[in-house]
Design a protein around this ligand. Structure first.
Ligand SMILES: NC(=O)c1ccc[n+]([C@@H]2O[C@H](COP(=O)([O-])OP(=O)(O)OC[C@H]3O[C@@H](n4cnc5c(N)ncnc54)[C@H](OP(=O)(O)O)[C@@H]3O)[C@@H](O)[C@H]2O)c1
Length: 115
């Protein structure tokens, strides 16, 4: 799910179906899902509830998690195997860190790299 300007990007990352949240409310399209992952902190459990199938699961980046070194190594392995593809739309040097934060705070970034 993304806004109109990111539809092609999300499709290019391998999504079979992409919902434009500015045009369609996924909780009212009649579909149910095995998994709703709120990756931005915009969707509550109660909002997603009716879209989950019988054993459907909801998770959100807003829930505290136990970070472990094991998980970080798993992410490293997945990145090295090309199974995680980082999307970077802007690059900044360290002395542009204020500008980088201003861009990040707009809530529209795709991915920022600091070189
Ligand atoms: N970035 C970090 O280092 C960091 C660290 C700790 C916690 N967090 C938390 O993680 C969450 C996400 O932060 P973030 O920095 O990754 O992203 P963000 O800057 O908050 O959001 C940017 C992305 O969210 C999409 N987006 C905005 N509204 C949306 C909506 N209603 N539905 C679906 N997508 C939407 C935007 O795509 P469109 O332009 O297509 O809408 C854009 O690609 C936040 O709650 C933040 O507090 C972030």
């Amino acid at each position: 799910m993304c806004s109109t300007s990111n539809l092609e990007l999300v499709k290019s990352l391998g999504a079979d179906t992409v919902i434009d949240y500015t045009k369609e409310n996924f909780t009212h399209n009649g579909d149910t899902y095995d998994f709703v992952f709120d990756a931005v902190g915009k969707i509550s459990a109660s909002y997603a509830k009716n879209s989950l199938g019988k054993n459907g699961k909801y998770i959100t980046v807003k829930s505290p998690t136990k970070d472990s070194t094991e998980n970080l190594f798993l992410l490293k392995e997945l990145a090295e195997a090309g199974k995680i593809k980082p999307v970077i739309d802007k690059r900044y040097s360290l002395n542009q860190i204020v500008e980088a934060h201003r861009y990040a705070d707009k809530g529209r970034k795709k991915g920022i790299a600091i070189n």
